[in-house]
Design a protein. Sequence first.
Length: 342
Amino acid sequence: MKNSALDINGWMADVDPFLSPLRAVAAGFTGRTGVPVDLPTVLFLRARLAGLAAPGRTSAGGSCRLLETADGWAAVNLARPEDHAGVPALLGLLGTGDTTLTTAARRVMAHQLAHCAQAVGIAAAALGPVLPDRAPVLTSSHGERRTRPIAAPRVLDLSALWAGPLCARLLGQGGAHVTKVESTTRPDGARQRHPEFYHWLHDGHDSLVLDFASGALADVVARSDVVIEASRPRALRRLGVRAEEFLAARPGRVWVSITGYGRDDDRIAFGDDAAVAGGLTGRDAGGGPVFLGDALADPVTGLYAADAVARSLAAGGGELLCVSMAACAAALAGARTGPGPC
């Protein structure tokens, strides 16, 4: 692995053996929309803007760590203040008597560490692939197709952070009218953490801040052609929003649901731990796993999602697109060229 904080060419060289599937996805998106996709920018712009150092067993962003376990490796991501507060509860569940995660991890199996972390609300994953047979995008039909594609679809972006907003940015470059929606009580955390990158993702998009408890969200959704979200289905249902009903109400609509592991799986995920779950890691000089890039599953998933939406719209829509971050990462890990994974 390279050590330069801004050596994007070096970072690109590290991930290049995995990129054949992603290049095909990018080419497909460009062919359908005319929008060129510069993979170094898509994958590493955030790292460059933030001046991040290349990762090792700690992620580039610093929140996720690869921990050695009794039978392998697992990633534990302390991305939020509440995650740090949850560490004592995690140690209690592990039951080893240790006072640090590093020492406790060595006494348990990787899947046990990940399971216990998820049980207390911390994103974690055993080094995968944990979904080896799942396609990156699962498509199901819930509405009628349009005979003619929508010329300038109205895209509603309910997502946050990176994967969903990247999908929205790419669709916007292809001519879609994008509206970014945030809750009054829970704004997108990327605004404060990475303001310059946030601006790049949302440049040219309309912005709408709503009190979700007021019921206004359902009305905004009803006026859209495409919805991008990264929420648990039951959370949206409580707000009166159901993907299947949205798709059935008017021909040609598309709903893209971005999750860590699938709509029927409540495990949480962020880009670094989802990449580990998919087996998308590099190797250090000793043969052990190291992180690749910066939260790599995030931009990979965003590109997969954008291409899936463009493909669905071109075919007439009416589809629910379920995009799994771990499965997107696994698709790249399984296509590695050169020596096999550690």
